[in-house]
Design a protein around this ligand. Structure first.
Ligand code: F6R
Length: 240
């Protein structure tokens, strides 16, 4: 694990954007694994800037998102489908057919996961972007998730729903289920960049890096991956 401690979230985003830009410059048809949430928003802005300056193109990029809520449709403003349209896909030249986000409009939950496993099996992710839950989750692999899981439907835990309440009007509106890439899918990526900022992530960052590898802290599995770059700000690094 390579650990880069930056002054603040802006520097975290800049550092991550450099790595993604280099990836796209060296392989125009890269397969990117993408996250939603607050953490990568600035990164996506910087990638859009680089696209507008013609430094990079998404014309041949293939993307796989980590996860999607179940129980709200794709048109809901808080669906991850809409998040990606607003923050990245709607602003660059990525082809619609190259975008993969679990399809929460399929009626049967098991079918949503099965279809995503099939899509994931066709390509290997070159570079996976991850955020970190305050409880140590990656994607929506909540504490206790077996490391061998492929994409599956998860019941979101109370902490995660509370953390995500800020995007909704009330806790009741936060979906109770999501479909997520499994830890096995994430670990198959060639390279992983995990970004985290803020004091509320410090405990999870500490356990991810210094703790034992165990299901209680899903992100600790990253210690077993050969090519992980952890980019964190000083607050997130404060317990190291
Ligand atoms: C989002 C995702 C989640 C978030 C995590 C951190 O696609 O998979 O694991 O990365 O919950 O969220 P933020 O960035 O909002 O603190």
């Amino acid at each position: 694990m390579k650990i880069i401690v930056c002054k603040n979230h802006e520097e975290v985003s800049l550092k991550a954007s450099e790595l993604v830009i280099n990836q796209l410059k060296s392989k125009a048809n890269s397969v990117l694994g993408l996250a939603t949430g607050s953490t990568p928003i600035r990164l996506y802005e910087l990638l859009v800037d680089a696209y507008q300056k013609k430094e990079i193109s998404f014309k041949d990029v293939v993307s796989f998102n980590l996860d999607e809520y179940i129980g709200i449709d794709r048109l809901h403003p808080q669906s991850y489908y809409q998040f990606m349209q607003r923050n990245l896909f709607g602003l660059v030249d990525i082809k619609k057919e190259n975008i993969h986000i679990p399809n929460n409009e399929v009626k049967n939950n098991e079918e949503i996961a099965k279809l995503y496993i099939e899509e994931l099996s066709k390509q290997q992710i070159d570079l996976q972007i991850l955020g970190l839950g305050t409880n140590g989750h990656i994607g929506f692999n909540e504490p206790g998730t077996p490391f061998g899981n492929q994409a599956f439907v998860v019941e979101l835990n109370e902490q995660t729903r509370k953390d995500n309440m800020r995007f909704f009007d009330s806790l009741e509106e936060v979906p109770k289920h999501a479909v997520t890439m499994g830890i096995k899918d994430i670990m198959q990526s060639k390279q992983i960049i995990l970004m985290a900022s803020g004091a509320e992530k410090a405990e999870a960052v500490y356990k991810m890096i210094r703790g034992e590898v165990c299901k209680k802290l899903p992100a600790s599995v990253l210690q077993l991956h050969p090519n992980v770059v952890v980019i964190i700000d000083e607050l997130a690094a404060s317990k190291l």
